[in-house]
Structures are given as C-alpha cells and as structure tokens.
Design a protein around this ligand. Structure first.
Ligand SMILES: NC(=O)c1ccc[n+]([C@@H]2O[C@H](COP(=O)([O-])OP(=O)(O)OC[C@H]3O[C@@H](n4cnc5c(N)ncnc54)[C@H](OP(=O)(O)O)[C@@H]3O)[C@@H](O)[C@H]2O)c1
Length: 284
C-alpha cells in the first residue's frame, strides 16, 4: 500500500477505524479479530481506537483489547503497526458519551490504555474532544507531559478547530503529529482544518470518512457522482470517496471503520486508486 507519514512514522495511506467493532451493533469478537487481521493483510498499518469504544461501563478499552489480541495472534510483523488511541471521552453505560479533559484523568487513562495495548509507549495518543469545563491548554498540557515522559511516542488531537490546532501545536513545542476530525462527502466543514494541517505538515485523519456507521453502505445512493466515477473505474463509491480525500493533501490519512473483513479489504484498495483532475474537480 502507498505510504504516508504521521510525525516520523510511515503508515499505509488508508487506516482502519475500530469503533464499529466495539459500540452498539458490534459483531462477535471472532469476526472483529478477522476484520483487523484482514486490514493488516491488506497493508493497513494504522489502526485507530479509543478507550471509550465500548458499550457497558465495566468494559472500558473493549476495542483496545481486541486490537491487542488481533496483533498478538497475527503472524506478521506487528512492530510496523501504529496503534492510535485516544482519551478524554467516557461512556457511563447508558448509551451516552461524556467528556473529561482533566489533566490527571487523561494521564491515568493513558496509563490504562498503555497496559491494555501491552506496549512500553503508546504509538499515537490523541486528546479525543475538548472539554468545555477544562481550559484546552491544561488538557493538551497533559498530552505534552505524556510525550515528555516517553509514555506516548506521538501526540494528536481530535475534534479541534483551527485555533485549537495552532494552540496545541505551540503547547507541544511543534510536536503535534495529527488532527482527527470528521470529514466525508456528507460532512465537509472540516476543510479549513484539513488545509491548516496541510500548511503545517501535520497528518489529518478524516473520521467517519464514509458518512458514519449505518450510512456508509448507501454512500453511492446519496452521492451519485461518487457512484458514477466508481462505475467508470470498476470500484465502489466508498473507494472513490477515500481516493478523493487522499487527493486533497499528502497529509490526509483516512480511517474508515469496519466490522467485516470485506469492508476494510475494499477500502484499503483506495490507496492505489488515482482519480483524474477532471473527476476531482467534479467531486469538489
Ligand atoms: N475522533 C472522533 O471523535 C471519532 C468519531 C467517530 C469515529 N471516529 C473514528 O473514525 C473511524 C471511522 O468512522 P466511523 O466508523 O464512524 O464511520 P465510517 O468509516 O464512515 O463508516 C464505517 C462503516 O463503513 C462501512 N464500510 C467500510 N468500508 C466500506 C466499503 N468499502 N464499502 C461499504 N461499506 C464500508 C463499515 O461497514 P461494516 O461494519 O459492515 O464493515 C462500517 O460500519 C471510527 O471507527 C473511529 O475509529 C472518531
């Protein structure tokens, strides 16, 4: 698979999003392991997860544990795989998502993620979402401390606006490696953040790049242009969507979610799909 860079680490241009394997509607663990292994076999070397990808209150880190299990059972070289996790969201078990950007909480959460992933240092640790009750600088300060202490190798943020990206980059002393924001044919309002990352040389990881769980399968019905271009190339509209965002900047690394091996096998092939200039203009 073609490669892109996060910080000083090279990864396949298409990552895997782990969320559908651990939240509402998740498959049995065996199918999830097969999905992760299919991604690895397809050349995926970036796996995105979070401690909050779980359903019940007593299974924090459900998705991190699945990924650690899949990597342990996979026959390939797991040392070349970057696992990107996050802290700052919590799920109390009633279906809701809450935020916690308290610096001490974030440090404890990172320690717990590190243990679940079974590593000495987390490959990429991302502050999941700004907490309106905590100054952003304090939350990002915790991520900087984790980086300085060697608990995490790379630092990222998520759900950030341009001011927060600049602020985090400064607090981290120019070491902000990635920004993960929602971006898809249906949701394009993160274009300013994408452009800023391109300018600063920071990896931009579009999340829910196919429109999100439950909507991804019908992307071609909702956005006919992606379906028509897919037909012209003999590929799925989902591959066209991923190739379209890859073409926006060499710093873009989409992380499509999957709970079935076939989905990620198909998505992974978008790394090799080149759209014409005319097609890119048409898609916007
Ligand atoms: N930072 C944040 O706040 C945040 C928020 C949301 C998501 N995320 C991250 O971003 C990742 C991706 O977002 P998402 O999972 O919400 O949405 P998504 O990637 O837009 O859609 C996921 C769904 O797409 C389907 N799919 C994947 N590839 C496909 C293909 N080639 N053809 C047809 N269907 C395909 C999968 O179906 P199957 O399940 O049937 O395989 C999966 O359920 C998440 O997994 C998570 O890691 C981060």
């Amino acid at each position: 698979m073609k490669r892109r860079t996060i910080g000083n680490v090279q990864v396949g241009a298409i990552g895997l999003g782990g969320m559908p394997m651990s939240i509402e509607g998740r498959p049995d663990p065996q199918r999830s392991i097969e999905t992760i292994v299919a991604a690895l076999e397809g050349g995926v070397t970036l796996i995105d997860t979070a401690d909050a990808y779980h359903i019940h209150a007593d299974e924090v880190g459900h998705n991190e544990t699945l990924i650690a299990q899949a990597l342990a059972t996979w026959g390939g070289d797991a040392s070349g795989v970057l696992v990107a996790t996050k802290g700052g969201h919590q799920r109390p078990g009633d279906g809701s998502w809450t935020v916690n950007g308290d610096p001490e909480y974030l440090k404890q959460a990172a320690e717990a993620s590190l243990k679940r992933l079974g590593v000495d240092a987390i490959g990429l640790y991302q502050f999941h979402r700004p907490d309106p009750k905590v100054p952003y600088a304090d939350s990002v300060g915790a991520i900087r401390d984790l980086l300085d202490e060697g608990k995490i190798r790379l630092a990222g943020i998520s759900n950030a606006n341009p001011d927060q990206i600049r602020q985090a980059h400064e607090i981290l002393g120019g070491r902000l490696a990635s920004v993960q924001n929602q971006f898809s044919p249906a949701f394009r309002t993160s274009e300013p953040e994408l452009r800023l990352c391109d300018e600063l040389g920071i990896a931009f990881l579009p999340y829910s790049p196919l429109g999100g769980i439950g909507k991804a399968g019908s992307l071609g019905d909702t956005f006919e242009k992606f379906a028509l271009i897919g037909e012209a190339h003999g590929v799925s509209p989902q591959q066209v969507a991923l190739a379209w965002m890859l073409a926006k900047s060499p710093h873009v690394i989409p992380i499509p979610g999957a709970s079935r091996p076939a989905s990620i096998r198909d998505s992974a092939q978008a790394a090799e799909l080149t759209l014409s200039q005319g097609q890119l203009v048409d898609l916007g």
